[in-house]
Design a protein around this ligand. Structure first.
Ligand code: 2P0
Length: 311
């Protein structure tokens, strides 16, 4: 039996749209931070048939089964009992598929002695869920062509940012990210503009991380997030992930910044707000978001490590 841990990551320059070829390849370069305060724990052991348990309940997951079958095209992987749990809301815009596939390939690699290095683990994680490629590493992580395997931009020790997650709903989303981004690619009138701006946003985000330029990172990350949500909103049918509380939190973050706090927001395919802070602002930001109407929970997180085997 083998146990692996992985953390979700949140993108500061987002992935939303795939290339039209095999391999689950993003259409645009993207970068993220790995969150130590949220964890997926995945246990793998040999079984007589594949059996998957998610958060204590038996689950049928065609995406996971398809990924396992693909893995077996290359490696000798026996039937597996996979038991995985998240200490945060699942499929609710907190990147549970990123930490999930990162923990899973890490556990299977060790359990079945596949001999994969980090780059290869990232490659296999990406085939399950593109954002999962990034959770193989900790700190600041890029996913870029031509390899589309995670690349470390900086460690969490080099720039120890903090993240305050304002949870506004625990419900699973009704449209998956994969389905949503394909809808945006096919129907949003802004998709071409999204592709056009991607390399510039990625370069600006990478430079800001390299320079530890918080204001620079704030500017590119907030605008890139709002570009992605513009794509979502202009998809047909629309993809509307925000609640009134999400909007209130974004307004609150802008107001806190006007008051001198070092904070910016980002939002993924769900209603939760992630406020990224310099450490000196995290207490004030957490207190302010906790008081914002509609916020049901606050999760605080430093940046953390990549996926790893713990037994
Ligand atoms: C990201 N998201 O860059 C963006 C921002 C959500 C919003 O990557 O189809 O679960 O499995 O590759 O990785 C979520 O999409 O999609 C995602 P698939 P994934 O973090």
């Amino acid at each position: 039996m083998t146990i692996a841990h992985a953390h979700p990551n949140i993108a500061l320059v987002k992935y939303w749209g795939k290339q039209e070829k095999a391999g689950n390849l993003p259409a645009t370069p993207n970068l993220s931070i790995t969150l130590a305060g949220l964890t997926t724990v995945t246990q793998v052991e040999d079984g007589t048939t594949d059996h998957f348990v998610l958060n204590g309940e038996t689950s049928q997951d065609p995406k996971l089964q398809g990924w396992l079958n693909t893995l077996r095209d290359t490696f000798d992987v026996p039937p597996l009992h996979i038991d995985t749990g998240n200490d945060f809301p699942t499929s609710a815009g907190l990147a549970s598929s990123a930490s999930g596939f990162a923990a899973l390939i890490t556990a299977i690699n060790a359990h079945c002695e596949l001999g994969l290095n980090q780059e290869m683990c990232s490659d296999w994680a990406r085939k399950g869920s593109a954002s999962a490629a990034r959770s193989i590493l900790g700190g600041f992580v890029a996913l870029v062509p031509p390899q589309w395997q995670a690349v470390r931009l900086a460690s969490q020790e080099q720039w120890p940012l903090e993240v305050v997650v304002a949870v506004t709903s625990n419900e699973a989303k009704s449209v998956s990210s994969g389905e949503g981004m394909e809808r945006s690619r096919l129907t949003s009138p802004y998709y071409k503009a999204w592709l056009r701006d991607a390399a510039t946003d990625f370069a600006a985000g990478s430079q800001a991380i390299n320079d530890k330029d918080f204001q620079g990172l704030a500017a590119v990350a907030e605008l890139n997030c709002l570009k992605m949500h513009s794509l979502m909103l202009t998809s047909q049918p629309t993809l509307s992930y925000w609640t009134p509380a999400s909007v209130a939190c974004m307004d609150r973050v802008r107001a806190l910044r006007e008051e001198g706090e070092d904070v910016f927001f980002t939002v993924d395919a769900g209603p939760q707000i992630k406020a990224v802070c310099l450490p000196g602002s995290a207490d004030t930001v957490a207190a302010a978001l906790a008081e914002t109407p509609g916020v049901i929970d606050i999760i605080r997180s430093p940046l953390g490590h990549g996926a790893r085997v713990v037994t």
